[in-house]
Design a protein around this ligand. Sequence first.
Ligand code: NAI
Length: 347
Amino acid sequence: MPMPLVLILDPPPMPLPDLEAAELGAGFDIELVPLNASHQVSTATLARADAIINFRGRHKIGEREVNAMTKAQLLVQAGVGYNHIDIDACARRGLAVCNTPDYGTMEVADHALALTLNLVRGISTYNARLLTRDDAWSTDQLAIRPVRRLRDLTFGVVGLGRIGIAAAQRARAFSLDVAFYDPHLPPGVELSLGLHRHDTLRGLLAASDIVSLHCPLTTATTKLIDHAAVAAMKPDAVLINTARGPIIDLDALEAGLRTDRIAAAGLDVLPVEPMERSHPLIKAWTAREPWLEGRLTITPHAAFYTPQSLDDMRRLSARAVADRLSRGKLRSLVNGEELRRYGFGAP
Ligand code: NAI
């Protein structure tokens, strides 16, 4: 009797799937499947799997891939965002999709605050000036646009989920006033958390000095921050994105920064990753154009990353497989609504 096969697609660097094996226990075969040069996986490989763990979002898991998963009982996305997976196509053939939302909540919240503090305290800019200018050790050279007293500012959270709440708590510890916009939370959450709630995005944007995005990427949130949203922000506002790149229209952000409609941005994610250096905003940043000095910080979709969070991501993905295949339980199902719609009961 062959053992159930667990495929690990696009795995992070690991000599052996040791953490996965420990979590799954005996009785499973595990195979690491790197992507091919065109960032795809063969359908014949997918057809052999009883469960699939996918790392990263570098390849689409669309209808073609899903239809090939004829034997699989579960698809696990290692991490939080699953916008690259056609969860509807999975549900049509009764395939449950789970994620691991609890691996890097603290890291991403820390990163959102790190980007905020970096810009509002001018850290990278002082450092860059000191590297090249002898006159930079002088109060005459200190003016950096977004630098302001934190206690006077409002930190506005878009999407008060796990990471949004963790970011809100951290912002409060720095004496910032915290507000949020999240249309999906029940009335009263603002009272239990003691935060100021806005019923419209426009309201939050107009009231916030720092706007930090923590919502998922969906059709509703694609280009949520467009020209109108940038125009609704305060002229000294700082925009932070550790969620997903396409939530911001990069052209709108560029126009907002270039025309001084907003002060600064901290981006861990971009609409196209790795970054497109030909985009006018990235081009100006790469060329260190003076108008952008101190006003844009970019990190390479690294908010989630610590060695510890990566280990947690691996363990929790394997646990989701063990829960399903050994214990008949689903851990963090993301397509329950779609499965019910296609008559697959309430898993
Ligand atoms: P979560 O599901 O706990 O929270 C998301 C919140 O956004 C929910 O409260 C939801 O009601 C809210 N929301 C949904 N649509 C909204 C809308 N139109 N406007 C405002 N709020 C809306 O998710 P979690 O764990 O907090 O993660 C948030 C996002 O962070 C993920 O979707 C993922 O894309 C991103 N992320 C980024 C990482 C990175 O390395 N940069 C790592 C991990 C997650």
